[in-house]
Design a protein around this ligand. Structure first.
Ligand SMILES: [Zn+2]
Length: 245
């Protein structure tokens, strides 16, 4: 399937693309590291951010600025081929969910002080879910997008798509990229994938590392996406949080 390969390749270069976009907003000539950092923070946040903040959500980097964010759905480099969000750089969550992610970061740093977390997706408003559904409903990709009437944890700000990057900003090799729609992305058959040579020991270990820190922080896994974690059950989310419109 074409999607399988294109998205995998895209995911491996995506973080670089987002980083480049962030620095491309710099229009002032900065001469040293401090100045560059200062200028980079000048770029205005899109309206999307104030809408999310009004909904009571928190932007993850306000809790931990070392957590990286690069949202494929905020770029054209996703399986829909166009941006679904106004931003690729701001990921929002319910406050307690964001705190769980920061806790996972602490667990990661206990083992690997130079590694960082990289967020691929967080809270996803229903309006965006609708936009995604409209785009894929007549294509094979419809199997990978929930219709807006079937609310998911992302729509409550209680799920995260996430990976780990090394000290050089390179995403760890997980055997396939974010949004790879293939059994190699599943977590319930990894031992078999390892035996079959479809995952290397390093890729297997990298997935184990991500899962161990996320589970320790209280997250739950889903079987078909190594990158996706739920902070609670759907029923708990419905009881605790407001749907993000
Ligand atoms: Zn997800």
């Amino acid at each position: 399937m074409a999607i399988k390969y294109s998205i995998g390749i895209i995911a491996s270069v995506l973080f670089v693309a987002c980083t480049a976009r962030k620095t491309s907003t710099v229009s002032v000539v900065a001469t040293d590291k401090q100045e560059i950092e200062a200028v980079q923070t000048v770029a205005a946040k899109p309206d999307y951010c104030s809408r999310m903040e009004q909904a009571g959500l928190v932007e993850i980097q306000t809790l931990s600025p070392n957590i990286k964010v690069c949202l494929p759905y905020g770029t054209s480099e996703n399986f829909m081929g166009e941006p679904m969000y106004e931003t690729d750089q701001y990921a929002y969550f319910q406050k307690d969910v964001a705190a769980m992610i920061v806790q996972a970061e602490t667990y990661l740093h206990e083992q690997h002080p130079d590694y960082m977390l990289l967020i691929y997706d967080g809270a996803r408003p229903l309006s965006v879910q609708q936009k995604m559904w409209n785009k894929v409903k007549n294509t094979v990709a419809r199997y990978y997008v929930s219709p807006p009437n079937k609310k998911g944890l992302h729509n409550y700000g209680a799920a995260v798509d996430i990976t780990i990057v090394d000290a050089y900003g390179e995403a760890l090799d997980m055997g396939c990229g974010f949004d790879t729609f293939d059994s190699v992305a599943h977590i319930d058959n990894e031992k078999k994938l390892l035996q079959q040579g479809k995952l290397t020991q390093v890729q297997y270990n990298n997935r184990q590392l991500l899962r161990s820190i996320m589970r320790k922080a209280g997250f739950r896994t889903v079987s078909r996406e190594w990158w996706h974690f739920n902070a609670c059950t759907l029923q708990q989310a419905q009881a605790k949080y407001k749907l993000i419109e």
